[in-house]
Design a protein around this ligand. Structure first.
Ligand code: AGP
Length: 614
């Protein structure tokens, strides 16, 4: 939701912080700020809006002495204002702090501190924390690790979530960081150290990182770091090697990350499948599931939990696994599951799908399923993410970093993984060898078919531009195309701000058809042969009420002339994989409409890439 960054080293601290914040900005962009030790005092510079506004405010007077922290904010507590922007400074100017997360009991702590004479300039929970640390520091008599101990003591009073980086003017060569439910990693450089909310801010400088776990703190200097628990027990941190390159988090020749990531889908699908088919190419295999064929045979129900686009992927997974493996599947919004107390079978397998692996609602759902003793697995895109590490196994998508707030390549990769999971489970049950081989062949041909659709980018752009002035739109599809309709509606609404809804195509006559007029175009996903005629009837129903109709159909489909205003033809494929091909035109349609409307496509208003608040 917010992003934090820190640097200790001999290079230009402010510039390194600004570069890192620019790469993290997709996580939140209401305001941005940096702080550093300068001439034995803490200097803070912050601005509303984008990181560029902050960069423009940094002149030669800002010269941090080898250490600094930075933050981009997605407002939770308090309005979008300069006072509420991070970094926050403690009342006596001893500490500065940046925070990603929410402190639930900040009001009672604030009341306590006001009683002790502290005054506040902001409405934020974060300013309360930085003053609680100062309060403990001023009370602390021990000289050993006084800075770290003060942070530990303050955090013991905190209820909520945090990823924090803290500076202390009395300990100018040291930074203290801590995490609970909000991601934080340490980047180990050559006589310099970095911290960040996620790897894309660090990958330009080092590939050697340490992911902090919940309840851990670290004291970091320019040449070393030590990790401890809240009880000050030393931890031997596990170093990891980032498998990303700087090009993966750069826009390259593309105008937006979203378009780059749409175009990366053939490669992302290849990566999702790489090394995951049996030698006889009749089934799929996932080493990370950590479940034997016998254990998988025992599974009698599967529950998927997720949010947003990932939830749409779960809905498609439900269709695929029920159809090809005959296992009952349920899908729940993560935020709903954790409070629903759903009655599940003892052999229920719980999957959480999350691109970022940091969505707090989905992490909470994972924890709830684990608490109830269910085997919990994750399908995620970020190695070392919270959900990846807290699950009992799972499947990495290997989509590469997804920077655009609107999820594209991660979604189709999730659906591809779900199809492979349906294949694996189906071949453990009634799916024949021949059907398995046909399924695998269709999967192997998928990237090329996606490339063919991408070659129609300009055709889809021209169609999209015709509809860019509308303020309402319906997306309609049957069976596994209904979740694709939901995904198309979400893509459009989140980057173009057009009100869009997805419905099962046959459902519109039960109410939504009242919305139909010349001002409410309808986008039909009609690639399935077995329901094409019925979907054509739905198209005629809305055409009869003056709606403009766009439709995605499979090659060779017989569409009566004049039935639609615009037609997008996609290659035929195995019916399990139609949702992936049908999604590509929707992504491009939303992208080009948002572009025509001049919207901020990679950083849509009010949104952030990773929602780490509940
Ligand atoms: C999708 O375009 C949105 N950005 C959003 O719905 C997203 O899918 C959702 O927040 C879940 O994120 P996750 O996959 O990282 O958990």
């Amino acid at each position: 939701m917010c992003s934090i960054i820190g640097y200790i080293g001999n290079r230009d601290v402010a510039q390194i912080l600004l570069d890192g914040l620019s790469r993290l900005e997709y996580r939140g962009y209401d305001s941005a700020g940096i702080a550093g030790i300068q001439c034995e005092e803490i200097s803070v510079v912050k601005r509303l809006g984008r990181v560029k506004n902050l960069s423009d405010a940094i002149d030669e007077s800002v010269k941090f002495d080898g250490i600094g922290i930075g933050h981009t904010r997605w407002a939770t507590h308090g309005s979008v204002s300069l006072e509420n922007a991070h970094p926050h400074l403690s009342f006596h100017g001893i500490f500065s702090l940046v925070h990603n997360g929410v402190i639930e009991n900040y009001e009672s702590i604030k009341h306590f501190l006001v009683e002790k004479g502290y005054e506040f300039y902001s409405e934020t929970d974060t300013e309360v924390l930085v003053n609680l640390i100062e309060y403990h520091f001023k009370k602390e008599t021990s000289l050993e690790n006084k800075f770290l101990v003060s942070v530990q003591k303050a955090l013991l009073h905190v209820r909520g979530t945090y990823g924090i980086a803290v500076l202390c003017k009395h300990s100018p060569g040291e930074m203290v960081v801590a995490r609970k439910s909000s991601p934080l990693l340490i980047g180990i450089g050559d006589n310099e150290m970095f911290i960040a909310s996620d790897a894309c801010a660090i990958v330009a400088h080092t590939h050697n990182v340490v992911y902090l776990n919940d309840g851990e703190l670290a004291s970091i200097t320019q040449s070393d770091f030590s990790v401890v628990t809240m009880k000050n027990e030393k931890i031997d941190a596990v170093k990891c090697e980032l498998d990303w390159r700087i090009e993966d988090v750069s826009r390259g020749e593309h105008e937006h990350f979203m378009l780059k990531e749409i175009c990366e889908q053939p490669v992302a699908l290849q990566n999702a499948m790489r090394g995951r088919f049996s030698d006889d190419l009749s089934t799929a295999k996932f080493g990370g599931l950590r479940l034997s064929p016998r254990e998988l045979r025992q599974v009698d129900r599967i529950l998927f939990c997720a949010c947003g686009t990932a939830w749409h992927a779960c809905l498609i997974a439900e269709y695929l696994i029920e159809k090809y493996a005959r296992i009952p599947v349920e899908v729940a919004y993560s935020s709903e599951f954790r409070y629903s107390n759903a009655p599940l079978e003892k052999n229920t397998l719980v999957f959480v799908i999350s691109q970022s692996g940091e969505t707090l609602d989905s992490f909470a759902a994972l924890q709830e399923a684990k608490r109830k003793g269910y085997r919990t697995l994750a399908i995620t895109n970020v190695v070392g993410s919270t959900i990846a590490r807290e699950s009992e196994g799972g499947i990495y998508q290997h989509s590469g970093p997804e920077i655009g707030v609107a999820s594209t390549k991660a979604f189709t990769a999730q659906v591809c993984v779900a199809a492979m999971l349906a294949l694996l489970l189906g071949r453990l049950r009634d799916m024949s060898f021949d059907d398995g081989v046909a399924f695998v062949q269709a999967l192997l041909q998928l990237p090329e078919k996606v490339s063919k659709i991408l070659e129609k980018k300009d055709e889809i752009r021209l169609i999209a531009e015709k509809y860019a002035h509308h303020e309402d739109m319906l997306f309609l599809g049957r069976q596994s195309m209904f979740p694709v309709a939901l995904e198309g509606a979400l893509k459009l609404k989140e980057i173009s701000y057009i009100h869009a809804e997805g419905y099962p195509a046959a459902e519109i006559k039960h109410g939504p058809i009242a919305l139909i007029s010349g001002k409410c175009p309808c986008f039909f996903l009609a690639t399935q042969r077995n329901t094409l005629q019925k979907t054509l009837s739905n198209i005629l129903e809305v055409k009869a009420r003056n709606a403009m109709v766009i439709a995605v159909v499979a090659e060779g489909s017989k569409i009566p002339p004049g039935c639609t205003d615009d037609l997008i033809v996609v290659p035929e494929t195995h019916d399990a994989l139609e949702p992936i091909l049908a999604t590509i035109p929707l992504q491009l349609f939303a992208y080009y409409i948002a572009k025509a409307r001049g919207c901020d496509i990679d950083k849509p208003r009010n949104l952030a890439k990773s929602v780490t608040v509940e």
